[in-house]
Structures are given as C-alpha cells and as structure tokens.
Design a protein around this ligand. Structure first.
Ligand code: PLP
Ligand code: COI
Length: 340
C-alpha cells in the first residue's frame, strides 16, 4: 500500500487523479451501514436517484497534509463534518455523524498514503466527501436511500500561480438567494456558477465575485472561496451573510489574524463601494488556500489593491502562518489537527 507513485508533485494543478481506494457507506432502512474501502471509482446508482434530478446531494472538501517528519494529518475535519450535517438538514438527507465522517477521511488518507504529497512540494491530498440521494424515486421528495462516499486526489494550487495575485470581475449573476441554499454546500450552487465563471475567464479574470442578491451592494463570495480584506489600519475584515458558505479557512484565519498576528478582526457587511478601504485583499478556502487578489473589476473600472504582481505583506504572513499550522510546523490551536 505504501509503494511509491511516480508523480511530479510540484507541477500538480487542481485536477482529478484517480487513487487506489475510496470509502463508501450506504443508508438503508433508516441507518448507515458500517462502510468500507473499495477500489472501483464508479458508482452504480438508479437512473431515478434524487441526486440526479432534484439536486439532493452535497459535498465537502478538506485536505491531508504530510508533515516534515512524514506523518499525515487532517485540518479540522470535524468542522467539515458539522457543515455537511447542516447541509444535509437543509435538503432532508440523513446526517453523517462526525465520528463516522472523520473515520472515513482517515481511512481514505491512510489507504492512499502513497498519494499524499511529500512535505515541501506545495501539493496536498484533497479529500472530497459527498452524500447523494439514490434509489427509485420519481416525485419531488427525499430519497429513502443514500450513499456517503469519500474519495481523494493529490492536488496543487486551485488558482494558477498559487501565491501570485489574480484578478476577478464582479458578475451580474447571483450565486444564492436570500434564505436559499447559499450557506449549504449543495451542487446546485456550483451548477449556477459555471456560466459566470466561464464568462469571467473569457474576459481574462481568474473567476468572478458574487454580490449579495438582495441589494447587490455587498461582497458575498469570490468564486468558490470567501473574501477577506486588510484595511489601511491593519484590520482583517471578511463579509458576514446568511447566504455565504461558512468557510472553515476563513474562520481559521479570523483566529490566526487575532491570536497569532495580533490583528483586530471584523466579520461584517463589506460593500463593493468600499474597496478603497483595503490595502490588500484575498480569497480563502480549502482549495484556494489563500489566493491574493490583485484587482477587482467593477462597473468597467479596475480597482487594484497592493499589486497585481506581488503578494502584500499581511496576506503573505497570514498564508505562511496558516500553512505552518496545517503542515505541523507551527503549533495549532487545540483541536485543529487530526493525525491519520
Ligand atoms: N465558498 C465556497 C462557495 C466554496 O465552495 C468554498 C469551498 O469549500 C469556500 C467558500 C471555502 O470554504 P472552506 O474554507 O471551508 O474550504
Ligand atoms: C473547496 O475549497 O474545498 C471547494 O469546495 C472549492 C471548489 C473546489 C468547489
């Protein structure tokens, strides 16, 4: 199981690479079965599965890191479990208990140990848990059967260039409705984002920024990541909204900024008209880690933060501290690291 694989870790991007094992568990007759590791990466499901028709499905994303001493560790998987439970409640799917979720992630990372990139390569093992409604259902109602799957893939940076700043535009499309499913990690939110993403890329941007759907004045999300800005007087500011996906990276950065870097932090409305307040800005998420935002185009005008070519000093410090914690080089707050 631990034989070596030939992978050029440094040149990995955020793409699917098939690994040897995935975990699968089935919900039937009101309970989850024990779950097991399997080799087949294809799912065999009914054509009438609710996941295929009515969007009764959700996913999570977290990473396994190789430390300097060669150990493997997960970053806050209990938070992903809790978020998936919230999502499952929102779309009437059975919750996966935290212990089962974390155990499945551990099993998958361990079984695919040879795909966990070496320390220092910048690459990580991305874990993708998902729950889908399956079985024979025709009307719009919750399924009676579900699958909980965790697969993984070694990955590099989500946005090309890693710590090089990238630019975003502001889309006219909305990502989520007020009181909709924006705070849940359901696939429907991402289906709707494919077109605005394509339009942003074709216009020369890395991705687009979504404003709040009610007033279209406040920043909600940066593609599939949360936004943060550093004010001219060194405050870490990030939007609060009921329709934003509550990013585990963002909440980790709020703590890091406050406790490790001694910054004042604010989670509040961030207006698209107040970009001048920020000397630096970034996108944060599991896949995105921290991606510095060079500039944001809004209503035909480009607003540049620190620089479009160089990462700002505060963003750099946040990135280094976050990575040091995730890789085991710096002491983590209690309960953040789960050894595999
Ligand atoms: N926002 C969206 C829409 C996302 O898909 C993600 C990724 O999970 C995030 C934010 C960042 O969340 P996290 O830091 O928990 O990965
Ligand atoms: C993540 O950061 O884990 C995400 O889910 C973002 C994206 C790959 C969908």
């Amino acid at each position: 199981m631990s034989a070596k694989v030939e992978i050029d870790w440094g040149s990995l991007s955020f793409e699917y690479k098939k690994t040897d094992y995935r975990y699968i568990s089935r919900w039937e007759n009101g309970k989850w079965d024990e779950g097991k590791l399997i080799e087949d990466n294809k799912l065999h499901i009914s054509e009438s599965s609710t996941a295929l028709h009515y969007g009764q499905q959700c996913f999570e994303g977290l990473k396994a890191y190789r430390t300097k001493s060669g150990d493997i560790q997960l970053f806050r998987p209990d938070m992903n479990a809790a978020r998936m439970q919230n999502t499952c409640r929102r779309i009437l799917m059975p919750e996966v208990p935290t212990e089962k979720f974390v155990d499945a992630c551990r099993q998958v990372a361990k079984a695919n140990e040879k795909y966990v990139p070496p320390y220092g390569t910048g690459a990580t093992l991305y874990l993708r848990p998902l729950v889908i409604g399956v079985g024979d259902v025709l009307g719009v109602k919750p399924a009676d059967e579900y699958l909980f799957v965790v697969f993984c893939s070694p990955v590099g940076p989500y946005f090309k260039g890693g710590m090089t700043p990238v630019n975003f535009n502001v889309t006219d499309y909305d990502r989520a409705a007020p009181n909709g499913t924006g705070a849940a990690k359901v696939g429907g939110n991402y289906g709707g984002s494919l077109l605005p993403h394509k339009m942003a890329v074709e216009a020369g941007f890395a991705d687009c920024i979504y404003l709040d759907p009610a007033s279209r004045t406040k920043i909600e999300e940066v593609g599939a990541a949360n936004f943060f800005g550093i004010t001219r007087d060194d405050k870490f500011v990030t939007p609060y909204s009921e329709s934003i996906l509550p990013s585990i990276t963002k909440y980790s950065l709020l703590k890091i900024a406050e406790d490790y870097l001694g910054m004042e932090v604010q989670e509040r409305d961030v207006y698209i008209d107040e970009l001048d307040e920020f000397k630096e800005a970034g996108a944060c998420g599991t896949a995105a880690v921290i991606t510095p935002i060079g500039g944001i185009e809004y209503k035909g005008k480009m607003h540049v933060f620190h620089s479009t070519t160089e990462v700002g000093p505060v963003t750099k410090k946040l990135y280094e501290t976050l990575c040091a914690i995730q890789l085991g080089d710096a002491e983590a707050p209690e309960g953040w690291i789960f050894k595999v």
